[in-house]
Design a protein around this ligand. Structure first.
Ligand code: PEP
Ligand code: MN
Length: 385
């Protein structure tokens, strides 16, 4: 799926726009002093172009600080007047949109707990019809790329052209180092699906702790993200929400200076030639991989026929255990991580099982991919184990 949308390039969003587009400010607007002082210090950092602050805060549990509400809109307006920074806030319903627009907020973002709900996204999109404002859509809390794509489509269909996405990681039940899992392949696939869509990374909500902000930001830059939205506070330890992940404007400045920015394509033609040659080699190996996969699947089909004729079950767990452990140890000797081998071999094995089940049950000796896609009742062995 590739969707053509009329998207204004990021470098035309603002007069001195360009990459990386940096948005920073507190998780929540807590008081006029906190907002103005944080903004004043951020405005001294040349890379920072916009000031963020949540006004209506979606909190996981009740009884915690839920934002200062409408009164904070005036504080953001002051930020714009006094510092020249653009202002950004989260909107979670149509009322928020109308209020924010009344106060000239420049960037509205749709949070992760909202982009998950098509009814609410549509309500917000309807309120945005005919308005010229920047809208950023955070990924939904669950790793569902269609839901994220759909939310962006709804906003784009309302006529918003300065539209972008924010990768803020995905919730997981298992405890991991980061607060929200950055499944990087999802924003990368989103960029493929919606050409020209600017994507920012939110290292604060991915990491959930100050110490991870730099490494996640650098990773996002290396993956050619268009910008960063980073939470900052004049006194992070005293923040009323997300204290552990907020950093001071000074720390932000230091992080931004340390970031290594690489360009996606070298401008020097000699370097481009060298890269082109290496890419050609990669293409050749990718072709080899495809040939090998084709041949491997042909053998799997023959095994399927053999099992059918001799009434043998498709899956023999012991054989599979042997295959995967042998592959992992051979891969290790070649400097390939166990994670890579495990993922690739499981996917290949799953495909072999699917093909063999089809052969055993339907007796079809052809395994045309398009035909097979129509039959969806394959046993999903790896997803169930
Ligand atoms: C936020 O940016 O403060 C926020 C609530 O983020 P998310 O929607 O990503 O949780
Ligand atoms: Mn926050």
């Amino acid at each position: 799926m590739v969707l053509q949308m009329d998207i204004t390039p990021l470098n035309r969003w603002i007069s001195d726009g360009g990459k990386p587009f940096i948005i920073s400010g507190p998780c929540s607007a807590e008081s006029e002093e906190q907002v103005i002082e944080t903004a004043r210090r951020l405005s001294e950092i040349k890379q920072v172009k916009a000031f963020r602050a949540g006004i209506w805060k979606p909190r996981t549990r009740p009884g915690t600080f839920e934002g200062a509400g409408n009164v904070a809109l005036k504080w953001l307006r002051r930020v714009k007047e006094e510092t020249g920074l653009l202002t950004a806030t989260e909107v979670a319903n149509e009322k928020h949109v109308y209020e924010a627009l009344k106060y000239g907020i420049d960037i509205l973002w749709i949070g992760a707990r909202t982009s998950v709900n098509p009814f609410t996204v549509q309500e917000i999109a309807d309120a945005l019809t005919g308005v010229d404002v920047i809208v950023l859509v955070k990924n939904p809390i669950n790793p569902d790329i269609d839901l994220w794509t759909g939310a962006i489509e709804r906003v784009a269909r309302a006529g918003i052209k300065k539209i972008g996405a924010i990768h803020r990681g995905f919730s997981a039940f298992e405890k991991t180092v980061y607060r929200n899992q950055p499944n990087w392949q999802i924003p990368i696939e989103l960029r493929r699906r919606i050409p020209g869509l600017p994507i920012l990374c939110d290292p604060s909500h991915i990491g959930g702790a100050r110490k991870y902000i730099f490494e996640i930001s650098q990773k996002a830059m290396d993956l050619n993200f268009d910008g960063l939205i980073i939470e900052s506070h004049i006194d992070p330890d005293k923040a009323l929400s997300d204290a552990a992940q907020q950093i001071t404007p000074d720390t932000l400045k230091e992080i931004l200076c340390r970031l290594v920015l690489r360009s996606p394509d070298p401008s020097d033609p000699r370097l481009l030639d060298e890269l082109g040659e290496l890419r050609q080699q990669i293409d050749i190996f990718d072709d080899h991989l495809l040939d090998l996969l084709e041949r491997r699947m042909q053998i799997a089909d023959k095994i399927g026929l053999f099992k059918k004729r001799n009434n043998i079950t498709v899956l023999q767990s012991a054989r599979w255990d042997e295959v995967i452990s042998k592959a992992i140890s051979k891969g290790k000797a070649k400097g390939l991580s166990a994670e890579l081998i495990d993922t690739i071999f499981k996917a290949i094995h799953q495909e072999s099982i699917n093909r063999q089940i089809r052969i055993v049950n339907n007796g079809l000796e052809s395994n045309n991919f398009e035909e097979r896609k129509e039959t969806s009742d394959f046993t999903d062995f790896h997803n169930k184990t």
